[in-house]
Design a protein around this ligand. Structure first.
Ligand code: ADP
Ligand SMILES: Nc1ccn([C@@H]2O[C@H](COP(=O)(O)O)[C@@H](O)[C@H]2O)c(=O)n1
Length: 240
């Protein structure tokens, strides 16, 4: 059991490549990394029947149980294990089982709105936004939803036009302003290699440098001993 020293958030539109980036940057780090898919924190909708659950807007922030996510992140950051919910995309609901997650040196939170919530953002040391063109993303999504998530083509298109696209424009894309780094085209090999190096360093004992996040005026923001790497203009190294 360890106290996590480095928490990364990876946001971006559906199909942008978030899961792929999260997998690639952590696959050689072994057991020192915990991946937390934001999808696992969709609200429990057991009180609705399947037809009602099919109609829910899953791209609006209100679809997520933010308080539970914040609580789990806080617990992990304090070195305590949590029981993470699991999600079933075919049933549009949480599964009955949970998975025990132990705190590890590095934690990766990944999902469309990973950079949306202020309290969550404050717990992140490095905020990434994966940016991929909308036409590429919808093509990837059609393929994935039909093959892996038991959807039909017409349903995927209807959902995209009615909720996925408008919510992307209203909530997901604007959350990019919270990112320290923007990764073009998902699994961009240069970005992946740089991040992999950083994560491996953190997982192998990490650095002891302490960074302060700057607010819009360039003053140090009151965050609790945030550790991380420098993004464009966002962080200062108080050792320098
Ligand atoms: N840079 C890339 N080039 C080609 N295909 C990619 C790239 N990044 C991701 N993919 C593919 O796109 C699909 C969606 O990627 P995924 O990582 O699941 O996206 P997200 O988690 O953002 O929804 C997957 O089939 C993945 O293999
Ligand atoms: N029951 C659900 C829950 C979520 N979705 C969609 O998943 C997308 C987020 O996952 P990504 O891997 O694509 O980032 C999101 O856009 C939701 O529309 C769903 O279709 N059904």
């Amino acid at each position: 059991m360890s106290i996590p020293s480095f928490v990364i958030g990876i946001a971006g539109g559906t199909g942008a490549g978030k899961t792929t980036v999260a997998r690639l940057v952590t696959e050689n780090v072994g057991e020192s990394v915990t991946r937390i898919p934001l999808d696992n924190y969709y609200e429990d909708l057991s009180h609705l029947d399947i037809e009602e659950r099919e109609e829910v807007n899953y791209d609006h922030p209100s679809a997520f149980e933010w308080e539970l996510l914040r609580e789990h992140l806080r617990e992990l950051l304090e070195g305590r294990a949590v029981d993470m919910p699991q999600y079933d995309f075919e049933l549009h609901n949480r599964k009955d089982e949970t998975v025990r997650v132990e705190p590890t040196d590095v934690i990766v939170l990944e999902g469309i709105l990973a950079l949306y919530d202020e309290a969550v953002n404050d717990m992140l040391d490095l905020r990434l936004y994966v940016e991929t063109d909308a036409d590429v993303r919808i093509l990837r999504r059609i393929q994935r939803d039909v093959i892996d998530r038991g959807r039909d083509l017409e349903g995927v298109i209807d959902q995209y036009l009615s909720t996925v696209k408008p919510m992307h424009e209203q909530f997901i894309e604007p959350s990019k302003k919270h990112a320290d780094l923007i990764i073009p085209e998902g699994a961009n090999s240069v970005a992946v290699e740089l991040l992999e190096e950083k994560i491996q360093a953190e997982a192998n004992g990490g650095e002891t440098r302490t960074w302060e996040r700057l607010d819009a005026e360039g003053d140090a923001k009151d965050v609790n001993d945030v550790k991380g790497v420098a993004g464009p203009g966002g962080l200062t190294d108080d050792e320098n």
